[in-house]
Design a protein around this ligand. Sequence first.
Ligand code: BMP
Length: 277
Amino acid sequence: MAAYLNTYADRAKKQINPAARDLLEAVERKQSNLCVSVDVTSSKDFLSIIDAVGPYVSLIKTHIDIIEDFEPSLILRLQELSAKHDFLIFEDRKFADIGNTVALQYSSGVHKIATWSHITNAHPVPGPSIIKGLATVGLPLRRGLLLLAEMSTAGALARGAYTEDAVRMARDARDFVIGFIAQHRMEGVGLREGEKQDDAEDYLILTPGVGLDATGDGLGQQYRTPQEAVLSSGSDIIIVGRGIYGNPGNMNINEVQRQAERYREAGWNAYLQRLNR
Ligand code: BMP
């Protein structure tokens, strides 16, 4: 049986990377495979959404560079909310440069991502050196990396041979690469000639492009339901942004909380169905 068909709790015990283990343990504790993507531009909205959805998530995804009034104290507030509500933090930085540059972007600058983000991600486009560069910063801090093996957008180039190469790169860096941003599972993908699928391989699949009410956003985004992502495609964590907070310009925080609860339940029920199949 493929490792991902076990419970989150069992899978946590077998992870070698601390961030992957902590995430799976949080998912189990909170009975939530929901990650909310907080794509808003003011610190106030950012913190109020996170405080509202915190009880229903195991992971908060940030794009810290879109915050217009960013100050380092925002990170302290984010960390307080992470402790209050028991969730991990994933900065969706999508690194894509040479090893030396990404190591600097990860450790330094205004945001110092590596100091607070348990998980971050990278495009595999530069080749294995991007993992090596990020690992020099992330591994000593017990961080984990996701590779973008596929994207949710219409016409995405991350498919076929590109996706296969991404999975091979991950298999060569098991201590740091904990999984993929993807729309499907990666077991059996990218096996080299004569190589057999390792049944113990257990990458985390985090899936954006999830919505219960819309099928797209008019800018290329494509949505599938939590049921399609988790039950049909074997996703481990659903990533939901606007499906939960709509247009931040006219946000009702009680409604944001209600939607987070709704998505948590949909994601968790799909997981229970997968376990019992
Ligand atoms: P929304 O649910 O509002 O469409 O937001 C999706 C989030 O996931 C965005 O932050 C986007 O940057 C991210 N994302 C995505 O939508 N598709 C991908 O393939 C990879 C992503 O990181």
